[in-house]
Write a protein that binds this ligand. Structure first.
Ligand SMILES: [Zn+2]
Length: 472
């Protein structure tokens, strides 16, 4: 396989049609100032919604009206412990089953009712394989049932922390996560208002698993920071977080556009090493681009044409038989696959691995150009060919086999070794090699854990990653 790997230090590219319009990602809060008593978390909605759902209420159930302000009871059914919610000719029907086995329509004549609450205030709702605090809001949107957990904000957070950051992590990291999660929730109320709820329970908003995923450690982290949010200029911040910064966090402007005072790039001295590698054939790239609406024909060259202040890739250009496309900022990950391209802090090399003749079992990386992991090597080193002739090569051109790679990847944490090198790969396939995991904006959870281990408080952690903020 022949490869052409070109490097540019400066690039002048004419006549490139930039086919990009990155997703409108809100970096400011819709309603930052007020924290509601209750929050609405979508459990089932839209295309994932089934025709009917059953839930259990061990000590009886109450029917009423629920909102962010709370719950108003209309009728109580202390002897009903099971409710089937279903759509009947477009209308929601609630079929309750009593302990005796007798069934009763709970919402007969109650057209304003939209919420089921356990009869006892601290009762739990059984739904699917989980249990939930609070109650269940229901509605039908576009002919589909929507099932929503309505509960106090603080109790919602009990069911978030372990799912976002394991309960086994140090207390101060869990508290930092609790305050960030609370701020994010307050800032993103109504994210899914077209379905009648605030946040979904997945990574799209924040992962939430209910009472089933509460632990003493995570409940403590929430209680110890009760009501505290991150403030910037008197408003609650949109406290973005993610797994690993790769050594440098990203300015929101460089990822989504939109200048936000507290979401600035920070050189991350606490980032544990996290590296990844992903190869694609050019045919795979062509198909990914086409599915996203970028029709460039068959890809022939991939080029990094701009890096941002953190060293991450800002523009990735694809030249093909039918045109050119440029992916910018977060579009790079969303088009190529954000679980494959784990961060935009990457470099490129050819996809073929070099098998060292001495060690056929080891996989070698074409270790790439933009991330100069060889900082501790002498400036000039020599390659020896098979005839024994030595010739000097630049450190940045060195390809490292995996035994040494592990060590050098460790050195790469801290991010100062990300260079501004631009690269171009032709030849049929490409390997992206990168640092970090996630969008890079705000607090990296791995670093929060690292800071907590080093004895920093949750306030220290939050103030390190969110610029010019206070905590109230
Ligand atoms: Zn969501």
């Amino acid at each position: 396989m022949e490869f052409t790997v070109k490097r540019f230090l400066s690039i002048a590219i004419a006549c490139i049609v930039i086919i990009t319009a990155y997703a409108a990602f809100s970096v400011s809060c819709a309603d930052a100032s007020t924290m509601p008593e209750y929050i609405r978390i979508g459990l089932k909605y839209g295309s994932s919604s089934a025709g009917e759902y059953e839930m259990t209420f061990d000590g009886g159930v109450r029917l009423g009206m629920g909102s962010n302000e709370g719950f108003t009871e209309l009728t109580a059914f202390p002897d009903v412990n099971r409710v089937l919610i279903r759509l009947e000719s477009g209308n929601i029907q609630l079929i309750g089953t009593k302990n005796s086995g007798e069934t009763v329509i709970l919402n007969e004549g109650q057209t304003n009712a939209n919420c089921l609450m356990p009869y006892d205030n601290d009762g739990l709702v059984g739904f699917g394989s989980s249990q939930y605090r609070g109650g269940i809001l229901f509605n039908s949107t576009s002919g589909k049932l929507t099932i929503i957990n309505l509960l106090p904000v603080e109790e919602y957070l009990y069911g978030v922390i372990n799912a976002e950051l394991s309960k086994s992590y140090p207390e101060e990291a869990l508290k930092a996560q609790a305050v960030a999660a609370r701020s994010y929730a307050v800032c993103n109320l109504g994210n899914h208002k077209s379905y009648g709820f605030d946040l979904c329970a997945t990574t799209h908003c924040q992962v939430y698993k209910g009472y089933t995923d509460e632990y003493p450690e995570t409940v403590h982290a929430v209680d110890a920071t009760r009501g505290e949010t991150i403030q910037y200029n008197g408003e609650t911040v949109n406290a973005f977080f993610y797994k690993n910064s790769g050594g440098y966090t990203q300015d929101s402007q460089d990822v989504w556009g939109g200048n936000v005072g507290y979401l600035k790039a920070v050189k991350d001295e606490y980032s544990p090493a996290y590296s990844w590698s992903q190869s694609f054939t050019f045919a795979e790239l062509s198909s990914k681009l086409a599915s996203a609406g970028y029709n460039v024909g068959n890809v022939t060259t991939v080029s990094i044409t701009k890096r941002n202040q953190s060293g991450a890739v800002e523009t990735l250009q694809f030249t093909g038989t039918g045109g050119t496309a440029v992916l910018q900022k977060d579009k790079i990950r969303s088009v190529l696959g954000s679980s494959l391209i784990k961060s935009t802090m990457f470099s490129m090399g050819e996809a073929e691995t070099v098998q060292p003749s001495e060690d056929k079992t080891s996989t070698a990386y074409g270790f790439s150009k933009g991330i100069n992991r060889a900082a501790e090597l002498p400036e000039t080193i020599y390659a020896v060919n098979k005839n024994g002739a030595a010739s000097p090569i630049a450190v940045k051109d060195v390809y490292v086999h995996n035994g040494k790679t592990t060590k050098l990847q460790q050195q790469a944490s801290g991010g100062s070794q990300i260079s501004n090198t631009l690269e171009s790969v032709s030849g049929g396939n490409v390997t992206f090699t990168g640092l970090g995991y996630g969008h890079g904006v705000g607090m990296p959870q791995d670093s929060a854990v690292e800071m907590a281990k080093k004895g920093f408080t949750y306030e220290d952690i939050l103030k390190y990653y969110y610029t010019d903020i206070s905590i109230h």
